[in-house]
Write a protein that binds this ligand. Structure first.
Ligand code: ATP
Length: 514
């Protein structure tokens, strides 16, 4: 992570705390690692993102319905899904610092350094050759770049071999061979690599024995699979159809860092789309395009997104891609779109002994549907929005402001109502206007401090509109509406305020563009 980007993440973390978006969990006890609480503004933004996702999925698609399954599930669920046996991270300890790392992350970090070296070579050459620079040709012929690339491929292949065969010694050998040192002690004194299961286990009821162990779900998807038949039958759903769910998931992540990007308790928004076998790749492409559009409509900048198609597929998948977002620490996975074949339903059929099939009246036969999954972390989406929205601006007079350019439909507040002064009947008039708006919008009343400071406070939490009540309001029943990004002010009759706000802040405006 470059120094500036590191600074940006630090600034976002500090801003999120100062303005009531995100607090460290149980902070009075010095917090709990990788656990965060959403504050008064954070919860509003989070709710709005969730709403945008839910409506885009469930309300706009006749053939998608939602559920809300329990976090606890029968323990066999996790045997069938493969999580008990294979939801592991390979861990390695440094004997000197006693710090624990994910072996694959140490190797990925090493790869990232090599990628950085390539980027530096490219930047240097671009400067040298100016307008004549052909990047494609350069990276395919420059010896240094080719050398780095070869090394990266070598590490990838070795990692793939180790993770697919479960031969963890290969990972350790690779760490030794690449001379990777512990960032804390600087030594290369490593233990063996061991597997560590990421599921949180607890006991059901009062008797603590093996048989009573249950898990906090590590993903919401399995709650959908085990309800496939319930929903299909009671909703009389025909293929293709989808089931959507938003809810908490828990993973005992070893390397939990980078703020809310990787937490141990987080929220997922997942949709499983059940299709006829053979048609899955067509729907996979359709969902890739649809999900990309959902992001683009927010206007956070097209350059901040890219697809990363998986080359190394999980054994049950026949296509998979991530939508990556340019977070302050670089492009990282924000959402996954996976074609999961019939892996999950077939496994649940096997373990439960219940038939999980769809009767196709046209073909007069039953079969297990194939599944396309779209899976996005709500907290990661929150961080994506904060990172793209955070701006430090110098205003024409030379003063500074921090503004969150959050898409207006998702902002914690849609408007602030501000009487210019605290006297002359302006507060009363402002309260009256506020009372007329509060049923449709989340609005805040603020009369404290000079108007400029109040504008700054609203900018800092991303409020798209400030409605100012002044002496003229009492004469002609007009107010000024100040727009957050341009700071332009417009005089509007009070009777039109509601329609103006609705036009610019309604979720419907976003949904119509999908
Ligand atoms: P990663 O490779 O970053 O660990 P993953 O591939 O394990 O993610 P999935 O299992 O596909 O992630 O989960 C779907 C989505 O859930 C991810 O795209 C991400 O947005 C979110 N997610 C996964 N793990 C976490 C976490 N620990 N904290 C916050 N969000 C998470």
């Amino acid at each position: 992570m470059a120094k500036d980007d590191n600074n940006l993440l630090k600034k976002i973390i500090a801003h999120a705390k100062e303005y009531g978006f995100i607090f460290p969990s149980s902070e009075i006890y010095d917090g709990l690692a990788a656990t965060y609480d959403y504050g008064q503004n954070g919860v509003e933004l989070k709710n709005n993102i969730r709403q945008y996702w839910w409506k885009a999925m469930v309300q706009l698609h006749e053939n998608i319905v939602g559920i809300d399954a329990a976090i606890f599930m029968h323990p066999t669920t996790w045997k069938a899904s493969g999580h008990v046996d294979a939801f592991n991270d390979p861990l390695i300890d440094n004997k000197d610092s006693k710090k624990r790392y994910r072996a694959d992350v140490l190797l990925e970090d090493h790869i990232a350094k090599l990628e950085e070296k390539i980027a530096k070579e490219v930047a240097k050459a671009a400067k040298r050759f100016g307008d004549d620079f052909d990047e494609e040709q350069f990276v395919s012929t420059n010896q240094r770049v080719l050398g780095y690339r070869e090394k990266i491929d070598y590490i990838h292949n070795k990692m793939k071999e180790a993770l697919s065969t479960g031969n963890l010694q290969v990972l350790r050998d690779l760490i030794i061979e690449l001379e990777i040192a512990c960032p804390v002690s600087g030594s290369r004194n490593w233990t063996d690599v061991r597997q560590f299961n990421l599921m949180f286990a607890t006991e059901l009821g009062s008797v603590a024995d093996e048989a009573n162990i249950i898990y906090l779900r590590p993903e919401t998807a399995q709650g959908i699979f085990v309800n496939f038949l319930n929903v299909q039958k009671t909703g009389r759903m025909k293929l293709p159809f989808g089931i959507a769910q938003v809810g908490k998931a828990f993973r005992n992540e070893i390397v939990a860092r980078q703020f809310i990007f990787r937490m141990r308790e987080f929220e997922q928004m997942e949709m499983q789309y059940f299709v006829k076998p053979g048609e899955e790749l067509q729907f996979y492409e359709e969902w890739k395009a649809k999900r990309y559009r959902w992001h683009q409509v927010l206007g956070l900048g097209e350059e901040n997104y890219r697809f990363h198609d998986h080359i190394n597929l999980a054994h049950y998948a026949n296509a998979a891609a991530d939508i990556e977002f340019k977070f302050p620490m670089g492009f990282k996975e924000l959402e996954g779109i996976h074609s999961r074949t019939d892996f999950d339903l077939a496994a649940h059929e096997k373990y439960s002994g219940k038939k999980l099939q769809f009767f196709d009246p046209q073909e007069n036969r039953s079969y297990i549907p194939y599944v396309i999954e779209t899976s996005i972390g709500l907290d990661r989406m929150f961080l994506a929005i904060l990172s793209a929205a955070y701006r430090e601006e110098t205003l024409p007079g030379g003063s500074q402001r921090v503004v969150l350019r959050i898409p207006p439909a998702l902002a914690p507040l849609q408007a602030a109502v501000l009487p210019l002064v605290k006297k002359d009947g302006l507060p009363e008039k402002a309260r009256q206007i506020m009372a007329g708006l509060k049923y449709d919008f989340n609005v805040q009343y603020d009369e404290k401090d000079a108007i400029g400071r109040r504008y700054r406070r609203q900018d800092a939490i991303g409020t798209p509109y400030c409605i100012t009540i002044d002496h003229q309001t009492l004469e002609d029943d007009t107010v000024t509406i100040r727009e957050r990004d341009s700071m332009a002010q417009q005089r509007v009759p009070v009777a039109e305020v509601r329609a103006t706000l609705a036009r610019h802040t309604d979720l419907t405006g976003l949904l119509r563009q999908l």
